[in-house]
Design a protein around this ligand. Structure first.
Ligand code: C2E
Ligand code: CA
Ligand code: CA
Length: 733
């Protein structure tokens, strides 16, 4: 797997090995001199010897601190003091923490020999009398000592190297990004070989038969850093480029006296990779062994990075368009929203309504072409750093600097650039200023989509801006709908009754039943909670409870001696739309023993008109069953006058705005006049709502309106108060 190559052009022959350093510490100058002579042409294997000398323990300590590469020390035991030598050994082992350097003690006095125990403790290799050290023996001792040193150092290095590799392997396996991965490989490799991080990682993205020359550089360190992400061909140095190419082509690692090239085969799954590392020296056998282990780990890391990248692609890319998808946009949004204000970033949600129609009418291929065109155009209008993502169907999201997103997508897209498959029609968009937006990332896209739906539901078209207040209002409504749900479930919705009075004689002729909700003792106005109930569907169970309580009220009134006074209930179109509504109503009245003519159904004019056909059928059915039906808020919907004759209704309730206009003078009172006349012509009763003054009541009476409801007569009140009022009132005549 590894092969070694000599530097081209430098000729053959042995490469000079690095010298080995030996330190002699002795205050005896004569001994130092003879030592130098004895070792003058000494070589260990191929390495020459460098001899350092010190004449005191203090001097030696300073030298050792500067030269951690000293392999062996020949040390005189007795110098400044009797134990100066042993103290130095302690300093080397314990303070300098150098456990690899070999130490040979020498002494002139046989009596000064240290104890065997001390020798072992301090890891002293040998102990010699100077008189025994003739030339050949000295050279033998140095050779043996250096051999031991080399073995110990190799063991230490292998151990450290393996620890490093295990650690690096663990880290590499956790990386998900190829760029980051390659940076780590280079750094770890440099550290392992104790060389400066000066290298390149190149990857051959294996599109099967793509030539190795098409590989690109994904990582670069040191002097190569500017080459990151460039093609392999951009390396100026032909030697480095060729080495990388050769490693990729021959699928092998290559060593030279100044560099090392590793090869990773990617396990046959991931792309193949090669690393070039400038070592400026040749590596020894142990280092090659370490590199083999390292390569295995790095290869596993490469496979996992590649797998992560491919998973990423599946999870974060739109399959059809090859652009980021909703998840990717979400991920970016999270990063942006984690930043402090001002973020100066915006989100656009752009929808091409036409997509669905085109797909249905012209086939899915045409729909796909339209989408591709849309993506291309969006990239054009919002170039990087804007992120264009497809969310679903014809809906796209664009995230980018607010300044770039100031361009109106509706105008830009519908105008086109003349290269379209089809012209873009029906583009709608919502812009969310992310400095304005408060909430989680998921909510931002959802808020955009909701606004888009609202825009469409309202029949509008174009670009709308997201407003935080609208969002806050939505949130408040959501919280209220939950509280209302609880209230309905716990049966805390009550009713009040507001009398309807004959304008002729002041007799009470009926009452309107109105829903009431107190939350924490505070009344919530129906104008607030009824729309929420309508929007959430809660109006159905709520309305049901109101009708049940109205039946209870009718029974109580009958028991109190007023069996003929009817009441009206407000019924929402959502209630009417349920097929079983009429049956349930009949069943309920039967249970309470109440005749249908005593329960008037009030339905707002707008509601009847918007759901014209279905609503009319249900009304007709209720009418046939004997229920009186009133059109509430009459006059506020413009179509009413034209259609009212065909509706199966019995009464019109003049909206209180028209009542309010009475007495204010001017031509406005003619609306009330007209409605009263219409009622008379169609033989429908008319009730005037919101009668607050005597003059209004008087005007209504003289214009032929026989019935009124309003604060002038009574405010809505609980059942007991209403029954008391019935008892006190003049009898209907
Ligand atoms: P509405 O059906 O038009 O009910 C009449 C509203 O006018 C009541 O308001 C009543 O208190 C108020 N009103 C009565 N006399 C006067 C007056 O002289 N001046 C003024 N300015 N207002 C007067 P409330 O109770 O707040 O109800 C508001 C609306 O809530 C009702 O309008 C009705 O549309 C809806 N609502 C109330 N209860 C129910 C219910 O049980 N079901 C349904 N679907 N809607 C209900
Ligand atoms: Ca009403
Ligand atoms: Ca009304």
């Amino acid at each position: 797997m590894f092969e070694f190559r000599e530097e081209p052009g430098e000729g053959t022959g042995a490469v000079a090995a690095a010298p080995l350093t030996v330190l002699s510490v002795d205050d005896d100058q004569a001994f130092q001199q003879s030592l130098r002579l004895a070792l003058s042409d000494f070589r260990f294997n191929d390495s020459p010897l460098r001899l350092l000398t010190a004449s005191s323990a203090a001097e030696a300590e300073a030298l050792l601190a500067d030269h951690p590469d000293v392999s062996a020390i020949l040390l005189d035991v007795v110098m400044e003091t009797d134990d100066a030598g042993l103290r130095l050994v302690r300093a080397v082992r314990e303070q300098l923490g150098n456990s690899e350097v070999r130490i040979v003690l020498v002494t002139g006095q046989p009596g000064m020999a240290p104890m065997q125990q001390t020798l072992e403790q301090l890891d002293i290799s040998d102990y010699w009398l100077k008189t025994d050290l003739y030339r050949e023996r000295l050279r033998g001792i140095v050779t043996g000592t250096l051999r031991t040193w080399r073995e110990i150092r190799a063991l230490g290095r292998a151990k450290r190297g393996l620890q490093q590799i295990v650690q690096a392997g663990r880290q590499l396996a956790g990386l998900r990004d190829l760029g980051e991965f390659s940076r780590h490989v280079l750094l770890e490799l440099a550290e392992l070989l104790e060389v400066p991080p000066d290298g390149l990682l190149c990857v051959r993205v294996d599109q099967r038969d793509a030539p190795p020359a098409s590989a690109r550089l994904v990582g670069a360190a040191g002097r190569f850093a500017p080459l990151a992400m460039r093609p392999l061909q951009d390396i100026d140095d032909p030697m480095i480029r060729d080495l990388l190419l050769e490693a990729l082509t021959r699928r092998t690692a290559i060593g030279t006296p100044s560099s090392q090239v590793l090869f990773f085969d990617g396990g046959g799954l991931a792309p193949q990779a090669a690393v070039y590392l400038a070592t400026e020296r040749s590596l020894d056998e142990e280092e090659h062994e370490l590199l083999r282990v390292f390569a295995t780990h790095a290869n596993a890391g490469l496979v996992s990075v590649d797998l992560a990248a491919r998973l990423d692609q599946v999870a974060y890319q739109d399959g059809l368009l090859g652009i980021p998808n909703g998840n990717a946009l979400q991920r970016e949004l999270e990063l942006v929203l984690a930043e402090p204000h001002p973020r100066e970033r915006s989100l656009l949600v752009v929808d091409l309504d036409q997509y669905t129609h085109v797909s249905l009418a012209l086939g899915p291929e045409q729909g796909d072409l339209l989408l591709k065109d849309m993506a291309r155009r969006l990239h054009q209008v919002y170039p990087p750093p804007c992120l264009v993502a497809r969310l679903h169907e014809g809906t796209f999201g664009v995230l980018g600097p607010s300044a770039a997103l100031a361009v109106d997508p509706v105008a830009a897209l519908e105008q086109g650039d003349g290269e379209h498959v089809l012209p873009f029609l029906g583009v709608d968009a919502v812009r969310v200023d992310l400095d304005e937006y408060r909430g989680a990332a998921r909510g931002a896209v959802a808020a955009g989509l909701t606004l888009l739906r609202k825009l469409r539901a309202g029949g509008a078209h174009g670009l709308v801006e997201y407003r935080a207040e609208a969002e806050a209002e939505n949130r408040a409504r959501f919280l209220e709908s939950r509280a209302l749900y609880q209230a309905v479930r716990e049966d805390r919705i009550t009713i009040e009754l507001q009398p309807q009075v004959s304008l002729e004689d002041g007799a009470i002729v009926g009452a309107e039943v109105l829903a009431r909700w107190n939350e924490d003792g505070v009344p919530v106005p129906p104008a607030r909670f009824i729309p929420i109930a309508e929007a959430s569907g809660l109006i159905v169970p709520l309305g049901q409870r109101v009708i049940e309580q109205a039946c209870g009220a009718l029974r109580a009134m009958a028991q109190a001696g007023f069996p003929d006074v009817p009441v009206s209930v407000n019924v929402s179109p959502l209630q009417l739309r349920r097929r079983e509504f009429a049956e349930e109503l009949v069943e309920l009245l039967g249970r309470h023993g109440i005749a249908p003519h005593r329960l008037e159904i009030e339905i707002t004019e707008g509601a009847v008109m918007s759901d014209y056909q279905a609503g009319r059928e249900m009304l007709a059915r209720l009418r046939r069953l004997g229920f009186p039906i009133a059109v509430d808020d009459f006059g506020t919907g413009y179509s009413s006058l034209r259609y009212v004759h065909s509706l199966p209704v019995t009464r019109l309730k003049l909206d209180r705005h028209f009542t309010a206009e009475i007495g204010a003078g001017g031509a406005e009172s003619s609306v009330a006049d007209m409605i009263i006349a219409l009622g008379r012509r169609l033989d429908l009763g008319v009730v005037a709502e919101g009668v607050e003054t005597r003059s209004q009541a008087e005007w209504l009476r003289t214009h032929g309106c026989s019935c009124g409801q309003g604060y002038l007569f009574a405010r809505p009140e609980p059942l007991e108060a209403f029954i008391a009022r019935l008892r006190a009132a003049p009898l209907a005549g």
